[in-house]
Design a protein around this ligand. Structure first.
Ligand code: ATP
Ligand code: MG
Ligand code: MG
Length: 461
């Protein structure tokens, strides 16, 4: 990747934008970029620099990402409910000339680890419910703002793309450094050093996640992906977690692993707008990461903002239980898509005619009678029962959670509840620190079909 058209060979101490930023450490990387912690040299503030690969393909994608990020920022003045605060902000952007070409650089506020790392830490249990409610309410506030104020669809909502805010960057870096020093003294494998930096840690966890179990399983043969690096010990993690979540000195804050005493306010932000598009301009129909992919996308039917609501429900279920809601596998006689559709039917019932009529792929998966072509034995297991029987929720809790999630999981994309109306749901009423937040111009259980681009690409005719 470090060749002409690829990544810039960035290094600690390197200056950017005429000396305005100085790199201090690597935070992470993705398909398009490497991401670095940097110091703004005049104010000494910390920022994150996303240095994009130089090839035209990447530059063009980065330009689209910047357009989206700028719209999200400019529209802030019309934000009535504060949801713009739950989206990662672009602070600056410029071009850096290096040995591998011209690189677009985006400057962001520094955030902490992503929510997959959090889910992973609480395994085999879910994340404490008071956190799940905070994360959910903030995610929905961000999406309501994106969909209704900005006309932007994220298209890739998943745990890896929701990042936690760091209470205090300086303090967190100090803790990371002191933990690194401790480990050096204890002569622990030097690779561990890098793992403590949340972002790098996330990448390792990401590759391992696919071994987690979902509620339905057709194929039993799981290939175990070998960990490339060891994970930090739980005690190291909880020390870092506390600093990440609270920004506090660890001596003063309650232990997070004690669910009973969880009363912290956490802030999360929606990140990675690299796949986002417009309510009236879609770039591709291949959207969403597999486990979070909506039925309309699988069937190649029209889609819109409501695709983000489907992914959000999958994500919230995963926070609650630690398991994927849908984890399709291919078998001898069926494809991953077949299995995915079967799991949806087992949980939610038969596909509505609207999707079968609209989906350009319907013949690939369904017979003319609307039966799945390649899978005949289905085991129906409704969400309430899954929550009670598999995850041991009380009947009351299971019903309440299902009452919240099922309107997000309507197979018909036109009929899904919108983010704003879900914020008004009774399940989120006791969200710590956010009890009084409601969306006054949305009715509980209302469907977003009045939102332009809700279930199909909006056209002006
Ligand atoms: P992808 O392959 O996911 O599209 P990408 O090249 O578009 O990757 P991002 O996903 O934006 O890059 O960022 C790569 C990683 O860098 C993230 O997964 C995250 O761990 C880290 N990161 C990104 N932005 C920040 C930030 N503002 N603060 C801290 N870490 C960040
Ligand atoms: Mg990403
Ligand atoms: Mg991206």
């Amino acid at each position: 990747d470090y060749k002409p058209g690829g990544n810039h060979p960035a290094y600690i101490g390197e200056f950017y934008n005429n000396g305005k930023y100085k790199l201090t450490r690597k935070l992470g990387w993705g398909h398009f970029s490497t991401v670095w912690l940097a110091e703004e040299t005049i104010t000494n503030q910390h920022v994150a620099l996303k240095i994009v690969k130089s090839d035209k393909v990447y530059s063009e994608a980065a330009k689209d990402e910047i357009k989206v990020l700028k719209k999200l920022k400019e529209t802030q003045k019309y934000d009535r409910y504060g949801g713009s605060g739950n989206i990662m902000k672009l602070l600056d952007n410029f071009i850096h000339e290096g040995v591998n070409g011209h690189h677009i650089v985006m400057v962001f506020e520094v955030l902490g680890e992503n929510l997959l790392a959090m889910i992973r830490r609480y395994e085999p249990n879910g994340v404490p419910i008071s956190y799940v409610k905070q994360i959910t309410k903030q995610l929905l506030l961000g999406l309501d703002y994106m969909h209704r104020c900005c006309g932007i669809i994220h298209t890739d909502i998943k745990p890896e793309n929701i990042l936690m805010e760091i209470g205090n960057v300086e303090k967190t870096i100090q803790i990371i450094d002191s933990m690194n020093n401790k480990k050096r003294k204890n002569s622990v494998d030097s690779q561990m050093k890098e793992l403590i930096v949340g972002a790098t840690c996330n990448d390792v966890i990401q590759s391992e996640h696919s071994v987690s179990t979902s509620i339905h399983k057709r194929s039993k043969s799981h290939t175990l992906i070998t960990k490339s690096q060891p994970l930090p010990s739980p005690s190291v993690i909880s020390e870092l977690e506390e600093s990440l979540i609270t920004g506090n000195d660890n001596s003063a804050s309650p232990k997070l692993h004690n669910n009973a005493s969880v009363n912290q306010q956490i802030t999360v932000k929606i990140a990675d707008l690299g796949n986002a598009c417009w309510y009236d301009k879609h770039y591709t129909n291949s959207i969403q990461t597999r486990e979070y992919r909506s039925p309309e996308v699988l069937l190649n039917a029209s889609w819109g903002c409501s695709a983000d609501i489907w992914s959000s429900a999958c994500f919230i279920f995963e926070l609650l239980t630690g398991d994927f809601l849908f984890e399709p596998n291919e078998g001898h006689s069926f494809s991953k898509d077949d299995d995915h559709l079967a799991q949806m039917i087992e949980l939610l019932g038969a596909f509505p005619d609207y999707l079968l009529e609209n989906g350009k792929n319907k013949k690939k998966f369904f017979t003319s009678k609307g039966q799945l072509r390649n899978i005949s034995k289905l085991k129906y297991w409704p969400l309430q029962d899954v929550l009670k029987e598999k995850y041991k929720y009380t009947a009351k809790d299971a019903n309440e959670i299902a009452d919240f999630l099922l309107p997000m999981l309507r197979l018909d994309p036109r009929k899904r509840s919108d983010a704003g109306s879900l914020i008004n749901h009774p399940w989120l009423k006791d969200t710590i620190g956010m009890e009084h937040i409601t969306i006054s111009d949305r009715k509980l259980y209302s469907v977003g079909d009045d939102i332009p681009g809700w279930s199909h690409e909006f056209t002006n005719g």
